[in-house]
Design a binder for this molecule. Structure first.
Ligand SMILES: C[S@@+](CC[C@H](N)C(=O)[O-])C[C@H]1O[C@@H](n2cnc3c(N)ncnc32)[C@H](O)[C@@H]1O
Ligand code: SF4
Length: 398
């Protein structure tokens, strides 16, 4: 290896070490969390166990994603629920399951997010669930289509719950563009509901929830972005634009819009740092995973259903330990190879990265080989494995 190559390797290594140390100690960007010694200690331990690729963890997750309900009123075409795929039984999470999980994980959690693949504001128990997290000093977030029945009373209860962030998925500034993705949605209803929240915040003298207009841009609504930005400012909302994922080929690849986060070589964050709890007690390895067949375990939702008594049993259960192990060595028997994490782009990118760096490659020359749209399509295509008949029927209708 010549001097230039050695210097390049040393710089890559130094950058990696600096990033790792910074990643261990910096506070997570969750506003509104009460920092306690227990939360703090668990955070650093969790990150350490993540960076050192432990498979059995002493730490608990720092973020919990709760599928309050997997029911939705809209039909967004690139959403499993909007596309009417059946991942698991449709329904609401029981307050008892949520309370038990919060009791166990609450002292360690920095954030609870109340949405996965359904519409959280259709959840029957959403307000008391937020209140319980707030009472424990945990930052909370909802992402909603907000095209739902709502009134001043509900707005006041939502504000009073202490909700930290309310993200509103609003992909257009005109009904005719908005409804192309948010099928069945009504733009005026969404805007009226935002005003109700603003009124309630004023009435209760509350700074929260922070409102974010979340605009997913596609070819059909790209022309609305500036109008939407202006309306967001009028409504006292932050404005976030990100490229929308689509089934199949990425639209306008290399164009002016970008996805929220692009794949990079890093051991999968959800496998070590997040917990995804579905309405039926099924635990998913990450929020891309939709089918119950891809769950990594189950927390008991009702007596006699065979689920684990505690979340920790699943957290250190065989499926999650095996998935974490792929980041040290990606192999295994037939069952391991069929697991969703085995061929997941994140796992494959990490394996390629180790190969690249181990072979003397430079960090800046590394090509992950997957874009964010490919990652979405990887999860989307699990239906071919789990629901082949439904997939074929839908493809014929398109
Ligand atoms: C499946 S949704 C569930 C929450 C809620 N129903 C909503 O739509 O906001 C979870 C997140 O995925 C986002 N989402 C849906 N379709 C998307 C797409 N094609 N590209 C990027 N994000 C998308 C939603 O806007 C939301 O922030
Ligand atoms: S509103 Fe959310 S959950 Fe409902 S179909 Fe659209 S993206 Fe999916």
């Amino acid at each position: 290896m010549d001097l230039r190559a050695r210097a390049g390797r040393a710089v890559s290594l130094l950058r990696y070490v600096t990033r790792t140390v910074r990643g261990l100690v910096q506070l997570p960007g969750f506003e509104g969390t009460r920092v306690t010694p227990r939360r703090w200690t668990n955070l650093v331990l969790n990150r350490w166990e993540h960076r050192s690729l432990r498979t059995t963890l002493r730490s608990y997750p720092i973020k919990l994603i709760v599928e309050v309900t997997n029911i939705c009123n809209l039909r967004c075409p690139a959403c499993f629920t909007g596309d009417e795929q059946q991942g698991r039984v449709r329904g609401h999470m029981s307050p008892e399951l949520y309370a038990r999980t919060l009791e166990e994980l609450g002292p360690y959690l920095w954030r609870v997010e109340f949405c996965n693949w359904g519409e959280p504001l259709l959840g029957r128990h959403i307000v008391p669930m937020i209140e319980a997290a707030t009472a424990r000093g945990i930052s909370t977030l909802i992402s909603t289509n907000f095209s739902v029945p709502f009134d001043a009373g509900r707005a006041e209860r939502l504000v009073a719950s202490g909700l930290t962030i309310l993200g509103v998925s609003l992909d257009g500034a005109r009904q005719e563009t908005y409804e192309q993705y948010r099928v069945r949605g009504d733009l005026e209803t969404v805007l009226r509901n935002v005003r109700l929240v603003n009124d309630a915040k004023r009435k209760l003298g509350s700074k929260t929830p922070k409102l974010i207009w979340s605009f997913h841009v596609f070819s059909h609504n790209a022309g609305d972005v500036e109008q939407a930005r202006a309306r967001a400012a009028e409504l006292d909302m932050e404005f976030a634009v990100e490229k929308g994922w689509v089934v199949g080929e990425e639209w306008d690849a290399g164009g002016r819009f970008d996805f929220y986060g692009n794949p990079r070589p890093f051991p999968c964050v959800p496998l070590w740092e997040w917990a995804v709890l579905n309405n039926d007690g099924g635990v998913a390895p990450c929020c891309g995973s939709f089918y119950r067949e891809d769950d990594v375990g189950r927390v008991s939702a009702e007596a006699g259903d065979g689920g684990a008594r505690t979340f920790r049993e699943v957290w250190n259960g065989p499926a999650l330990r095996r998935a974490r192990g792929f980041y040290t060595r990606r192999d295994g028997d037939e069952a391991a190879r069929r697991s969703i994490c085995f061929d997941c782009p994140q796992t494959v990118i990490w394996e390629r990265w180790l190969h690249h760096m181990g072979g003397g490659g430079l960090e800046q020359d590394f090509d992950p080989g997957f874009g964010q749209n490919d990652v979405f399509n990887y999860f989307w295509n699990r239906q071919k494995l789990h629901r082949p008949a439904g997939d074929a029927a839908r493809a014929a209708r398109r």
